[in-house]
Design a protein around this ligand. Structure first.
Ligand SMILES: Nc1ncnc2c1ncn2[C@@H]1O[C@H](COP(=O)(O)OP(=O)(O)OP(=O)(O)O)[C@@H](O)[C@H]1O
Ligand SMILES: [Mg+2]
Length: 266
């Protein structure tokens, strides 16, 4: 096993990331400052990024940073639920018993959000991931659901997160009312070229390896293939470690990266 060969406690590039160990890229820091602003302004936030750029990871990090005495966070992946499932799930997450009727659930959700915000002084933070997959009618439902006191108040934070196709969806005139209500957005860029080495070495270090095993030509190769997208960087790094292990070498150069990629067949 390559982990043993490199003296690693586990594969630091697997998807099982301890959220406290997530790398603080400049992208993440920029996103955090926008989310901080959202905490005071509330309303609707849009998070866009190519697959694997770290949107879901960033949402997990944001959730874990929130004080539960002040924020109630609810996370949903809309690709796997219908709007009824979403309403039900949201009501249960807000501590309510869902009715069987959609229209009643709609009012229940609005009342529960108001009760959290105005009575308990807790801001509900509702995160909807994979929004690029939802239909226009669900987007319209969302716009109505998150319209309070004739649209004059924002007793919630709603984060819509998804891949870039969401932009073309929001550009449709039918979705203009929702688009106009988005207060702030962030586009995930992935890692910058100058951050790649630190990202790789910090992940290896957390798993128990302090040596610098990637040569500068390997870093060039990883960046040119992955464009800094964390999921691709992780896949390439794992493939390179495996290939290096099979060749019994502890150093990863450009050739190892390309051979690893070939084996992985990305
Ligand atoms: N800041 C980070 N530090 C360490 N690993 C990260 C970081 N951001 C992302 N990753 C890793 O990259 C991979 C992809 O991240 P994530 O699933 O968050 O991407 P995504 O943008 O939600 O992708 P998709 O659009 O496919 O849902 C994950 O395995 C995650 O562990
Ligand atoms: Mg995701």
């Amino acid at each position: 096993m390559f982990t043993q060969f490199f003296g690693l406690k586990y594969n630091p590039f697997s998807k099982e990331l301890d959220i406290n160990d997530a790398y603080e890229s400049s992208d993440i820091l920029e996103l955090n400052s926008r989310l901080k602003y959202m905490q005071s302004s509330r309303g609707i936030f849009l998070l866009i990024g190519e697959p694997g750029t770290g949107k879901s990871t960033a949402l997990r990090r944001f959730t874990s940073s929130l004080n539960p005495g002040l924020y109630k966070s609810c996370y949903f992946t809309l690709s796997t639920v219908t709007v009824m499932d979403f309403y039900r799930g949201l009501l249960i997450a807000l501590g309510e018993t869902p009715s069987h009727k959609k229209v009643t659930m709609f009012h229940q959700i609005q009342e529960a959000i108001c009760s959290y915000y105005y009575d308990q002084k807790i801001t509900p933070v509702i995160m909807l991931d994979e929004v690029q997959l939802v239909s226009n009618s669900i987007l319209e439902d969302l716009r109505l659901l998150f319209s309070f006191k004739m649209d004059s108040q924002n007793p919630f934070i709603l984060i819509l997160s998804g891949q870039p196709q969401i932009r073309s969806k929001l550009s449709l005139s039918v979705n203009a009312p929702l688009k106009q209500r988005i207060t702030i957005k962030h586009i995930m860029q992935g890692l910058k070229k100058e951050e790649l080495e630190q990202y790789l070495t910090s992940r290896l270090k957390i798993a128990g390896l302090s040596d610098n095993i990637f040569t500068s030509s390997a870093l060039e190769a990883i960046y040119s293939i992955s464009k800094g997208i964390p999921r691709l960087v992780n896949n390439l790094a794992t493939a390179s470690l495996m290939y290096a292990c099979s060749k019994k070498t502890h150093q990863i150069d450009e050739e190892t990266v390309y051979q690893g990629q070939k084996d992985f067949d990305m």
